[in-house]
Unconditional design. Structure first.
Length: 373
């Protein structure tokens, strides 16, 4: 097995299930059962982990901050870290106070990603969030007081009764709080969530979501944030940036471990993508096996290189793709390139191509053209 320098760790527990959520998560699981899950997680780490000095670790969920500090520390204690490692934990405001955030920082986490979604209390209730706007503000403040200087917040746009003005107001409030990274996600109602069978009224249509997205880009870029990936914006100065190093590892198609129920991983050397069992009981009884494993073909690897590369605002480097896959990109994709250059959805760069802001809105259609050739 080749070396991995990143790891994703899935904590599939939460206090309650949000109405838009179709992720693998289990609400209201007793703390003793959560600790038992961590026991299994540690066995999986012991079985697969090769003691690399990890450069990035990301605890996602679910709600990882629901775990006891002792369990979070047990997991971190099983891993080795590069001295400049980025260690991120997703947090929901209702699960932490200043004391817990301080303990999370002392345990070794140096980046938090806070699920705010909106600062509108009525919309929070409508979508099934159980924190208030004030709790979200206090969580950001307490993260700073706990000596976190790398603080990301998530927002969703297109929510019921949300307007472009109120969404931009949410972003401006986050900027006033001093956060260093913002992730934006358009509301998608998928099978497996409450809203799929109980569709709310007054949700934004596709055109309104597009207007919200473009308005967000304008607000954030005017405030000194760099739009570096379709959904992600980072504060940037001459000395540093606050990109998510862990997510960049995904977008650059590098190896990463996936630990925990429903976690996915990738081993670059043999182009192996795998997924752990999503069912909690199955995972806990069979952690050393996988629900799926696929060795990607060279053609699939090329498609992923294009798909992932065009998610980034810097786009793709044509010379690197030509060298890695022994192709002439501009010959192979000549018609597609012309089609989207002519419509201003694709832009030429010094090294290759990138999507325009409007191109990002239609990225699924554009990328499908590249994949289907």
């Amino acid at each position: 097995m080749s070396k991995c320098y990143s790891a994703y760790i899935h904590i599939p527990f939460c206090k309650s299930k949000c109405k838009y959520c179709s992720f693998v998560s289990y609400p209201k699981i007793p703390q003793a059962e959560q600790s038992a899950y961590v026991d299994t997680l540690l066995k999986e780490i012991d079985y697969f982990y090769q003691n690399e000095n990890l450069k990035t670790v990301y605890f996602g969920g679910g709600t990882p901050s629901i775990l006891e500090i002792s369990d979070l520390s047990r997991i971190l204690g099983r891993l080795n870290f590069d001295k400049n490692a980025e260690i991120t934990i997703e947090i929901n405001p209702e699960t932490v106070d200043y004391k817990k955030l301080y303990e999370i920082r002392q345990a070794g986490f140096n980046r938090v990603s806070i699920g705010v979604q909106t600062f509108d209390d009525e919309i929070l209730k409508t979508i099934g969030r159980i924190h208030s706007s004030q709790q979200a503000v206090e969580t950001v403040d307490n993260a700073f007081k706990s000596c976190f200087d790398n603080i990301s917040v998530d927002f969703i746009y297109g929510l019921p009764d949300q307007t472009i003005e109120s969404f931009c107001g949410d972003l401006k409030k986050a900027l006033q709080l001093g956060v260093t990274h913002i992730s934006l996600y358009g509301l998608k109602i998928e099978d497996g969530c409450f809203f799929y069978h109980h569709r709310p009224q007054n949700i934004a249509d596709d055109d309104t979501q597009a207007d919200m997205y473009l308005a967000a880009i304008e607000v954030l870029e005017k405030s000194g944030f760099e739009h570096y990936e379709i959904s992600n914006f980072a504060k940037k100065s001459d000395k540093t940036n606050f990109y998510s190093k862990h997510n960049l590892n995904y977008w650059e198609a590098e190896s990463y471990y996936g630990f925990g129920a429903a976690a996915h991983g990738y081993i670059k050397d043999n182009a192996l993508r795998y997924a752990n069992f999503a069912d909690l009981k199955t995972y806990m009884s069979d952690f050393c096996n996988k629900e799926s494993q696929v060795n990607l073909t060279k053609g699939q690897l090329l498609e992923e290189k294009i798909f992932l590369g065009l998610r980034k605002c810097c786009g793709i480097d044509v010379s690197k793709i030509n060298s890695e896959f022994d192709i002439d990109f501009e010959v192979k994709y000549k018609n597609i390139i012309k089609k989207y250059i002519d419509s201003s959805l694709l832009l030429k760069t010094l090294n290759g191509y990138r999507l325009s802001d409007t191109g990002f809105l239609l990225s699924n259609f554009i990328l499908a053209d590249f994949i289907e050739i």
